[in-house]
Design a protein around this ligand. Sequence first.
Ligand SMILES: [Zn+2]
Ligand SMILES: [Zn+2]
Length: 77
Amino acid sequence: MARCETCGNDYDKAFQLTMNGAVHTFDSFECAIHALAPVCAHCGVRIAGHGLEKADRIYCCAHCAQAEGARELRDRA
Ligand SMILES: [Zn+2]
Ligand SMILES: [Zn+2]
C-alpha cells in the first residue's frame, strides 16, 4: 500500500515515478501530472505531452513559444 503524494489516497495500485533521482508515489496519472508536469511559460497550462523547449523554458505549443519570442520553434505536425 502506498499513499498518493498529491491527494493522499491510500491505494493498493499506486505506482512510483523517479524524477531527477527523487521517487514519487501516485495513485493516478492525473495526480502525477498535477505534481510533476511542467507548466507552459506563456499560458500556464500543464504539459502532459512533449511540449516545446527553448533554453530552459517550456511551452505547450508553437503559438505560446512565439508569443514569448521563440520564433524559430514550430510544431512538427
Ligand atoms: Zn492522487
Ligand atoms: Zn501555452
